[in-house]
Design a protein. Structure first.
Length: 169
């Protein structure tokens, strides 16, 4: 009986597969939005202000950061929780695949969120004259919360590694 329960629990990890598949669909939508923004800016490029162009480029950077985060979560999550990816040609295998444990994924997600928040904050500052001071203040507070959370998670991870592998840090 215990063996069947363990096999069932172990097999249930495949319930995460639709989640990762859904994330890849989200990545497709993000890619479409990226190209929609590029196509919409082309007719206006010669009459657009420099700050307007910078805002569009920051939006594209934002989409790229979120896309990279999605790829990282999809690949590393799949490899950590479901199954190793069998990629025939090791030259095409991404260097970090198979090397990220759950803690390193959390730290990379936290740093990606800080980077994404930084881009949003920069966009907000570029349009500061159109934005209420209260909104700017709250966005800075939220950003600092993300930064402190990322540092805290990284610090805790470092302390845990010191306990597990004393003398290696």
């Amino acid at each position: 009986m215990e063996d069947k329960i363990e096999k069932t629990i172990y097999a249930s990890r495949w319930l995460m597969f639709p989640v990762y598949l859904g994330l890849s669909f989200g990545f497709i939508l993000l890619t479409l939005k990226f190209f929609q923004q590029i196509i919409s800016v082309v007719p206006e490029i010669l009459i657009m202000s420099e700050s307007g162009l910078v805002l569009i480029v920051l939006s594209l950077i934002d989409i790229a950061l979120v896309g990279g985060l999605l790829v990282m979560v999809m690949f590393s999550g799949y490899e950590n929780f479901i199954s190793k990816m069998d990629i025939e040609d090791n030259k095409k295998r991404l260097g970090w695949m198979g090397t990220m444990d759950v803690n390193s994924i959390k730290n990379k997600v936290a740093s990606s969120i800080v980077a994404i928040s930084s881009v949003h904050l920069l966009r907000l500052f570029m349009e500061a004259e159109k934005v209420l001071d209260d909104k700017i203040m709250w966005c800075v507070i939220i950003h600092l919360t993300f930064v402190l959370s990322a540092f805290g998670m990284s610090y805790i991870d470092k302390m845990n590694k010191k306990k597990i592998y004393p003398g290696k840090m």
